[in-house]
Design a protein around this ligand. Structure first.
Ligand code: SF4
Length: 403
């Protein structure tokens, strides 16, 4: 296919595709999906080899948010039966982080629900960063605390944070349809503040909220302009008790096309599969590793992921390898150009501002995607509420985390 040859050539040269080319990737048919994956996979391997970076989420403060992001189970008025708790103590957060790091993660993502941190919240998070870094030499820490006020990004940087996550989530044109309590411009401003403070910027999107292909291309092109080091791609988990609970639009093939489009537009950036991986890609997850070079290990903010061990087995079976703490994530040219945080440098997904995901696995590590076989195979875009499990273990509970 001429389109794919052109996009591979551009990706290998770090050249931006046209909007029409990005849209054409999303418009390819299911019959062509392996060709699309193979093409974008060449770009992925050029810049990231076969490495997969593992990141670990620690939800520092869960639920009870005053904002109204319609995709979020922690939003104002959410009826989702999620864990709700206030700030974890530094030692509790450090303990949760240690489990993820022992499981192979090299980055810890500290996330808190809410519009944005107070200065006292920044002090708390500074204490948590210190506790984690004191115990784990070389660990990368990303904070995701919502909208930042002037000076807060600098304070986080001084406290040892390597990165800051704040997602754009969707196109500017549709932002007002999913959230009314803050604006798209607010989000852009926070990503810019993080960048300016020398934090590695992480900003991504949520697919599956009823947006058009044009919206998806718009948000990815906007992200490319912001030049984050990492782009988390969330696939909406339509959680019961949220306004988007009925929005089951994604198929595994659609998710692969979206990841391929992001890879072509952001060829040398860390592309991370975030929430919804297990729920929407299901048994096609290994193919997605040919597109993204980063995933979350274990559970998400308010929902459960597949067992951490299953993540590791999947990576090995698919012929990839977990990125080591001493390996650079980003290509050399991005690190030396000042992007990122020194020897590492990228960011991740997180703040309650992301579409958290999960799956049907429960304590004990049931493998999602293999749970609850039906008598007849479900349709590709059927509601798979059977694969969504609210998180009941790890941070904020007495049960061991999934890692
Ligand atoms: S995404 Fe963040 S800001 Fe929005 S409702 Fe959820 S926790 Fe609050």
């Amino acid at each position: 296919m001429d389109l794919l040859n052109t996009l591979v050539d551009k990706g290998l040269r770090r050249e931006l595709p046209t909007r029409e080319e990005a849209l054409a990737v999303l418009a390819t048919s299911d019959d062509d999906v392996l060709d699309v994956v193979a093409a974008a996979g060449k770009v992925r391997r050029k810049w990231f080899g076969r490495r997969v970076k593992l990141n670990y989420l620690v939800n520092l403060k869960s639920g009870l948010c005053p904002e109204d992001c319609s995709y979020c189970s922690q939003r104002l008025g959410s009826k989702a039966d999620i864990l709700k708790y206030t700030w974890l103590k530094p030692e509790q957060a450090s303990q949760a982080a240690a489990a993820g790091l022992a499981g192979g993660a090299k980055r810890v993502c500290l996330v808190a629900s809410g519009r944005g941190p107070t200065d006292r919240d920044i002090d708390r998070v500074a204490g948590t960063i210190k506790a984690i870094k004191d115990e784990n030499e070389g660990v990368e820490v990303c904070a995701c605390l919502g909208l930042l006020s002037d000076g807060q990004a600098e304070r986080l940087r001084e406290a040892g944070a390597d990165a800051y996550n704040h997602n754009l989530n969707t196109s500017e044109a549709t932002y007002g349809d999913i959230t009314t309590t803050h604006t798209y411009a607010d989000r852009v401003d926070t990503v810019s503040k993080a960048h300016a403070a020398g934090l590695s910027a992480c900003s991504g999107l949520i697919a599956g909220m009823g947006e058009s292909d044009e919206d998806l291309v718009d948000v990815v092109f906007s992200l490319r302009e912001l030049d984050p080091d990492s782009v988390p791609v969330n696939f909406l988990i339509p959680m019961e008790g949220t306004p988007l609970a009925a929005e089951w639009h994604l198929t595994p093939q659609r998710c692969l096309r979206i990841l391929a489009m992001v890879r072509f537009v952001c060829p040398d950036v860390e592309v991370r599969i975030a929430g919804g991986r297990e729920v929407h890609l299901r048994t096609m997850q290994p193919l997605a590793l040919h597109l993204a070079n980063s995933i979350f290990l274990g559970d998400y903010l308010t929902s459960e992921g597949q067992a951490g061990r299953t993540d590791l087995e999947m990576i090995a079976d698919a012929g990839f390898e977990v990125e080591g703490a001493d390996e650079l994530t980003l290509p050399e040219h991005r690190v030396t150009a000042g992007g990122g945080c020194g020897s590492h440098g990228e960011a991740d997904a997180g703040c309650g501002s992301h579409g958290d995901a999960g799956c049907g696995s429960h304590e004990g590590g049931g493998v999602c995607g293999t749970a609850a076989p039906a008598a007849a195979a479900p349709a590709a875009n059927e509601a798979r509420t059977d694969l969504v499990a609210v998180r009941r273990r790890g941070a904020g509970t007495d049960l061991a985390p999934n890692a």
